[in-house]
Design a protein. Structure first.
Ligand code: BES
Ligand code: MN
Ligand code: ZN
Length: 503
């Protein structure tokens, strides 16, 4: 499916369907008014008769509208001005895409005159349309014997003024790059644990490096990790017959000497809990416990597509958490890459164990910032539900950039405190620290654990336990937080360009 920007006049556009908006109380948008004029007052007749009201959620497909080259007009109710928030706009884009898909048409022009969102930002509105339309068209069929029907919709054009065309084209490119990163993350996260193993994640990284000259990949096997002293990461994978991997992808878009930004993903390809076995209900969903790794893979792809002038290291700590005769047990003590020792009181708190070694490993790149992304704690779902990513950081400026990026990308995070007072929950009588801090503030104590391995750099932790996938009828990976991370990197690139040529 291709996106493009087109200019008017709307009456002359050759397409299967023009999508226009009508505001509450039947108020025609500028494009609707233009069509109404060409059609001799046809739309006004329909608003007067009450057949078109402009209510949010209304959809009417009109055929053979006089005065147009287009075959159909899809009229969308935009509702009242206060009904144009991000969540309304997303619903509207989803509804339009669903209708276009179901009608089996090949081409459409979206002509909403910027009225569907309360954010007066053409770049953002255009990019969001592309991202959300693509997300709605996503279909998973990798493990079905009957493949999904190909989508008939081939071309979606967005109608903009000539003045806005260049801006819109930039938004299209970024939107497609982000949408592809989101789809890639969903694809890999949706795969079952028997296919998506640590070695499979490594293969995906190798494939990325084959597709993009700007990405180089390096895979560390268990012997290499043993040699380095990654005792925590290796402890997690010990009970599994699938070998653990540390995957390092390096994207070079700036001067080789420039310090990189690092993204570190939790890649537990299946989390049984280990010897501290999880209860059976919904355990299948623990195949999504590599959602952080998926978002790193997706973001690296987006980054390469956007050719951002930055250096970025993507690191994935990949292991499978299984019970076995040789598995790590509660009470076992391991030595991490940092040299600090950890008493593993609960083998189900494994994410922090693989991450702590990956975070220490990140030090060798002398990074400007490090962000880890992890489906880390069930407690985060209790704290923030399924809307917000949990954010904790040792640097408020970094936290603020991520909060802003999430807001702009409509992939929001919410900050939790990382106060020292919480640290003592990790005290151990036998090691430098325990890997769990009890039930109170579970998301915070998990971040406290990580913070002990990130003292050398600016660091933020994104807990995506509540947002990485959906359960129930719509079970599937979401691709969060590729949009947030992509926006963070776009913002960094923009600041840099602004600084470089001082314009
Ligand atoms: N992967 C889980 C966290 C999780 C659970 C994410 C449910 C999404 C849904 C993580 O490895 C885990 O098991 N965490 C434990 C930590 C506890 C033992 C301190 C948890 O949250 O229960
Ligand atoms: Mn676990
Ligand atoms: Zn886990």
């Amino acid at each position: 499916m291709d996106f493009e920007i087109v200019n008017g006049p709307v009456t002359e556009l050759e397409t299967d369907c023009i999508v226009i908006g009508i505001e509450a109380e039947g108020k025609l948008s500028p494009t609707a008014a233009e069509i109404d004029k060409a059609a001799g007052g046809y739309l006004n007749e329909l608003t007067t008769s009450g057949d078109l009201t402009g209510k949010a959620g209304e959809q009417q497909m009109l055929f053979k509208v006089p005065g147009l080259n287009a075959r159909r007009v899809l009229v969308i109710g935009l509702g009242k001005a206060e009904e144009r928030k991000d969540r309304h706009y997303r619903k509207l884009v989803t509804a339009i895409t669903g209708t276009l898909k179901r009608s089996g048409i090949a081409s459409a022009v979206i002509a909403l005159d910027g009225l569907a969102s309360d954010q007066d930002d053409t770049y953002r509105q255009t990019r969001q349309f592309v991202e959300w339309c693509s997300a709605e068209l996503y279909q998973y069929d990798a493990t079905k014997s009957k493949k999904a029907d190909p989508i008939k919709l081939e071309k979606v054009a967005l109608l903009l003024s000539e003045d806005d065309t260049e801006l819109g084209e930039g938004a299209l490119l970024d939107g497609v790059a982000i949408a592809n990163g989101v789809s890639a993350a969903r694809d890999v996260a949706n795969l079952p644990g028997n296919i998506c193993t640590p070695s499979y994640l490594a293969e995906r990284a190798i494939a990325l490096a084959e597709n993009y000259e700007t990405i180089k990949v390096e895979i560390l096997d268990e012997a290499q990790m043993e040699e380095l002293g990654m005792g925590a990461l290796l402890a997690v994978g010990r009970g599994s017959s699938q070998p653990s991997r540390l995957i390092v992808m390096r994207y070079t878009g700036a001067d080789k000497e420039e310090q990189p930004h690092a993204l570190v993903g939790k890649g537990i390809t299946f989390d049984t809990g280990g010897i501290s076995l999880k209860p059976g209900a919904d355990m299948d969903e623990m195949k999504f416990d590599m959602g952080g790794a998926a978002s790193v893979l997706g973001t690296m792809e987006t980054l390469a597509e956007m050719h951002l002038p930055l250096n970025v290291v993507g690191i994935i700590a990949a292991a499978e958490n299984m019970p076995a005769g040789n598995a790590v047990k509660p009470g076992d003590i391991v030595t991490t890459l940092s040299g600090k020792t950890v008493e593993i009181l609960n083998t189900d708190a494994e994410g922090r164990l693989v991450l702590c070694d990956a975070l220490s490993y990140a030090e060798r790149y002398n990074p400007q910032s490090v962000i880890d992304i992890a489906t880390l704690t069930g407690a985060c779902i209790i704290a923030l539900g399924h809307q917000a990513t949990g954010l904790l950081s040792n640097d408020q400026a970094l936290a603020d950039s991520l909060l802003d990026a999430g807001e702009y990308a409509a992939d929001r995070a919410w900050q939790l405190p990382l106060w020292d007072e919480f640290q003592e929950q990790l005290d151990s009588n036998f090691a430098d620290m325990a890997n769990i801090g009890g039930r109170p503030g579970g998301t915070i104590t998990a971040a406290c654990f990580l913070s002990r391995f990130t003292e050398q750099y600016r660091w933020a932790h994104l807990d995506i336990a509540g947002v990485a996938w959906k359960s129930g009828k719509q079970k599937g990976a979401t691709g969060r937080c590729v949009p947030l991370l992509a926006q963070y990197l776009l913002d960094l690139a923009e600041q840099k360009e602004g600084g470089d040529d001082a314009e």
